[in-house]
Design a binder for this molecule. Structure first.
Ligand SMILES: [Zn+2]
Length: 286
């Protein structure tokens, strides 16, 4: 009893601090469960309510783009299986960027599937150290992984009859990655963009910036994404592209709402506006 009383007293001391941990409320909201769904062609959604995990079916197995939080893994694995896919068929794990909410589940998913990890050279050191060294995500470590394959800007990753082209879109992190994939649906060609995060995400961008070229990097990334004529936009936080909303509309018989050529220019314009506003505000700050 004495031990129990001591344990409760200790818990009372620890719990309020834990509740105030960075991103504690976001993690709970992001990690609410979501049903998996088909997007278009070989592309499916197997993420949580807040964090996208995109699955691509190929002749040689499955590719997963992003892996959510550590606590997302059971939900992601259940979603893969709900679509009648096997965990052992996951062969490639593509890391979007080295923040705990997108690669926190990477180590466990690799352990459970035996898949190989693909990432950019600039984010590789953070993935292998298990933490990013700057920005608001810095206090939140994740299990480190070994990157098996480094992909560069403009390089193609061909696997099982599918080709994904990597686009470095730095800013949010130095190695933030986006991917494009051509598909044909009902005889019509489409370009799917798996867009890397574009938000400032609390990164310091002026004065003492997060890293020296961050401002130029964000602006180059906006320009690069504007030059892509992707008509299907998918984002690392699903609500930005409205993926769950679109899957609901589709159930009601709408023509595939994921085909939306206006979505990418609107997303880039809004991100650019937010970035320039944040930069101006930081410059004004004492
Ligand atoms: Zn991020």
């Amino acid at each position: 009893m004495k031990f129990l009383a001591a344990a409760f007293a200790l818990a009372a001391l620890i719990l309020p601090a834990a509740a105030e941990a960075p991103f504690a409320k976001d993690r709970i909201a992001w990690n609410k469960p979501a049903e998996p769904f088909h997007i278009i062609g070989p592309v499916y959604y197997v993420g949580t309510a807040g964090l996208s995990v995109h699955l691509i079916k190929t002749r040689q197995g499955l590719i997963l783009i992003d892996q959510g939080l550590p606590e997302s893994v059971p939900l992601i694995e259940a979603n893969i299986q709900k679509l009648s896919f096997k965990l052992g068929d996951v062969k490639l794990l593509l890391a979007g960027h080295a923040h705990f909410d997108h690669v926190g589940g990477l180590a466990q998913l690799q352990k459970d599937t035996g898949a190989r990890i693909v990432a950019s050279a600039a984010d590789k050191p953070f993935l292998e150290a298990g933490r990013i060294t700057f920005g608001p995500s810095a206090p939140i470590p994740f299990t480190p992984v070994k990157v098996d394959c480094v992909i560069g800007d403009g390089e193609a990753l061909s696997f099982g009859g599918v080709t994904l082209t990597a686009h470095l879109t730095p800013g949010h992190t130095p190695g933030n990655l986006s991917w494009t994939m051509k598909i044909v649906e009902n005889g019509e060609p489409h370009l799917v963009l798996f867009a890397g995060s574009l938000s400032t995400g609390g990164n310091p961008i002026a004065g003492t910036p997060t890293y020296p070229s961050i401002t130029q990097d964000y602006r180059k990334s906006f320009a690069k994404l504007k030059s892509l004529s992707a008509d299907i936009l998918l984002t690392e936080h699903q609500d930005i592209a409205g993926e769950i909303d679109k899957s609901q509309r589709r159930k009601m018989g709408a023509p595939n709402p994921f085909i939306a050529p206006e979505a990418l220019p609107a997303y880039v314009a809004a991100s650019e506006r937010d970035f320039e506003t944040a930069l101006a505000k930081e410059k004004r700050a004492p």
